[in-house]
Design a protein around this ligand. Sequence first.
Ligand code: COA
Length: 246
Amino acid sequence: MQRNIPVITLSILDQERFGVKTAKSRDFIWHDIPEMLSQCRQNYVQLLIARCPSSNLKTAQELERRGFLLMDTLVYYEHNLHLTNIIVPNEKITIRGILPGEAEDVRALAAESFKGYCGHYHADPKLDVHQCDDVYTSWAYNSCISKDFATEVFVAVLDDKIVGFATLRINDPKESEVVLNGVLPKTQRMGIYRMLIENSLIWSIRHCMKRMIISTQITNIAVQKVWVRVGFQPTSSFYIFHKWFN
Ligand SMILES: CC(C)(COP(=O)(O)OP(=O)(O)OC[C@H]1O[C@@H](n2cnc3c(N)ncnc32)[C@H](O)[C@@H]1OP(=O)(O)O)[C@@H](O)C(=O)NCCC(=O)NCCS
């Protein structure tokens, strides 16, 4: 079967944040790796972030042989938007769309909830931990101010304070995705995250979506518990490797 030439995509956001020329690659298999590496060298890439399906062990092993280091395993879940077990909402907590002027509150919330998070950036000892935290805080902030990052942002409000957020995106006419979410550490374990997810499901149904997808680090058990309880099913998983070029 004829395959497309693997492409690396330069990541301007990562380059600006870490001061390191960074590229990303996905949708490749083991025999594309030499071409992928050659494209990196031609473009003076310093860090390549490569993602491959965890079912494709041959590709993962070839990456290992070539000096890539495993940083993360992502798991994807999907909901078919047939709701069966929505719980009674907590009356003290309101879930609503973000209002103008609240982007800074969401940035501050993300800074607290994602401090030292378990994603692939934080797993790489060559990257500065504060700049890794900033991946999530700036992503949350940008999602509040630009439709390029999120179609909608919901916040959870307790005693007039924003204590949780969820960003949503419509990927295509049938599929929505919950992209980024967090709950203030002080108000965790009160069911706020579950309320945000249930609200996102209802939003997707109202937008005539057929499915909603969501993903996380395999070690993030808290969110996966919620997903299974509200009717999500696991669908796929991916390894994320980093390769540094000297
Ligand atoms: C994960 C997170 C969103 C959960 O928010 P939450 O409002 O506390 O979640 P809920 O109250 O709905 O609880 C969900 C389950 O996760 C558990 N949980 C919540 N926080 C937890 C934590 N820090 N460690 C372990 N378990 C946790 C709860 O106890 C509950 O399980 P239980 O019913 O068996 O006790 C929140 O901890 C957070 O913001 N974490 C950092 C950012 C993050 O992981 N975002 C999601 C990225 S996909």
